[in-house]
Design a protein around this ligand. Sequence first.
Ligand code: IPE
Ligand code: IPE
Ligand code: MG
Length: 256
Amino acid sequence: MSTTIAAPPLAAGVAQSVTSGSVTVPGHVAIIMDGNGRWAKARGLPRIAGHREGSRAVRRTVEAAIQSGVSWLTIYAFSSENWRRPLGEILDLTGLLRRYLRSEVAELKQAGVRLRFIGDRARFDPDIQKDLEVAERDTIANSRLNLTIALSYGARAEIAAAARAAIAAVQAGTLDAADLGEESFSRFLATAGMPDPDLIIRTSGEQRLSNFLLWQAAYAELIFLDVFWPDFSDAHFSAALREFAGRERRFGARKD
Ligand code: IPE
Ligand code: IPE
Ligand code: MG
């Protein structure tokens, strides 16, 4: 049985947040999980120790998202540009990914989490590509939390690929170029069918998007935290949701 996406495709920028009582919970939270290396360095440990502790923070955050009633959580685990790192670190990261997929997916499935992966998965070893496919297939019927992991992901590459796919559709005669607008274009993105993020959190003190969800972030609220990702806790998550609830979102319109 497959689940259908809760909401029909919406125009870019339309809020997915749910207001229950007086608190607005963001429907889609996206996180740039940054600062693993600095966390390790501050403790005199190798970077891999930071990445390992970072995967524990992922576990806590998934749990916190479920508890808070967030339905979409997207996490940036590895960027297209991260392939520029030394081979040793890349091997450490892909090794951790392998272990994460083999040890966590069964539990995520049990918890009602549906997994998706966005990014250029062809760059990973075939066994990892297979595990990604299996994880998506095994959790397809879940809908408690939609967890999307961005791996080998870059927004500019995503947008360029979407443009190529749109051109191919026009050439095949299945799309009229005059009909290509914001909504129809977004269906060619890796995030097709997903709501735009309402809130983007970045840890580690850096204040940039680093090529993450550039199209989808058009009206996201941004929160930058001075905490390294391995130290990110459910308390940070709840505090970010409270800050989000206090923000006024206008989407370009006037409130008076
Ligand atoms: C985030 O931590 C994880 C990845 C980008 C893979 P970093 O490895 O970027 O840690 P810092 O930013 O160097 O501290
Ligand atoms: C962004 O972090 C990518 C991920 C968190 C996966 P980076 O550490 O790669 O970003 P920059 O290089 O500081 O912009
Ligand atoms: Mg970093």
